[in-house]
Design a binder for this molecule. Sequence first.
Ligand code: SAM
Length: 216
Amino acid sequence: MINYQLAREELIETLQRKGIKDKRVLDTIREVKRHLFIPPNMRGRAYEDSPLPIGKAQTISQPYMVAWMTELLHLKGKEKVLEIGTGSGYQAAILAHLCAKVFTVERISELAKEARERFEKQGIDNIVQKVGDGTLGWREFEPYDCIIVTAGAPSIPNKLINQLIDGGRMVIPTGPRRIQDLKLVVKHKGEPLITSEGGCIFVPLLGSDGWKSQEK
Ligand code: SAM
């Protein structure tokens, strides 16, 4: 029998060692059961600090990346957050604990459906989902206080900047298809102020303002 609670405590120590400081973020990672967001045969590895396959050639992100990106959003509890790339639903579940409402877009319908079932089973009721091309954002509910893109983009889609409130924050990995730089975008008087936060590796953001599927 795996002691998931103990494994989560060890993960928290790892995240702190790697520099995560936000107590609300750490407490949420302690609370949300990552093993319920991955295929049953991978559960023994649920609390390793690594990405894991979730099917359809996609991954659940590394816990450190989830913690780091979430920390950069500076969530206080009342925000409306747009996530691009629902995947397993784990990052959305973390956000759902830390803000008022999460809007999440996934292009692969099977993954979106599995994520929906996980939210329902766990009683998480402040996440709204849709299947579609997240490079276009989600016009219906704009503007967002924060946007988090959990796939690697060739560049920052303007449509996402447009859907951010003034003063809002966005985190997005950008750069070459195989290795990216995590960008923080803070919108100030309508203009994006962009800083590079460090290297990262994500699956590609595919879509009209992202990578085209055949591009290398
Ligand atoms: N946030 C996810 C989690 O917690 O499991 C991890 C996301 S995974 C690294 C990236 C996801 O982005 C994949 O599920 C992929 O299908 C999705 N994706 C890629 N391009 C997309 C697009 N244009 N719109 C929406 N989702 C996209």
